[in-house]
Design a protein around this ligand. Structure first.
Ligand code: ZN
Length: 79
């Protein structure tokens, strides 16, 4: 598939938790097939919930939570 924005750049494919993600190495755009965004959002909510339960049981400081969330986002968008 060709990037709709760059027009002459082919999209690369990355897999995240069995969800196929097409992304453009040129502009950084990401394209998802129907239903894939929903899967990703559901997985994100599950992961975020587990972070929240960490906070409740271990009483992790706010700094650590931000750090975890930041690591999660970095991991998530790493292609
Ligand atoms: Zn592009």
């Amino acid at each position: 598939m060709i990037c709709p924005r760059c027009e002459n750049v082919g999209l690369l494919i990355s897999y995240k938790n069995s969800v196929e993600i097409d992304y453009c190495p040129e502009c950084g755009g990401i394209w998802l097939d129907q239903g894939e965004l929903r899967k990703i959002v559901e997985q994100s909510i599950e992961q975020f919930s587990s972070y929240k339960s960490d906070v409740n049981t271990v009483q992790t400081s706010t700094t650590n939570v931000s750090e975890k969330m930041s690591n999660f986002l970095n991991e998530f968008f790493k292609v």
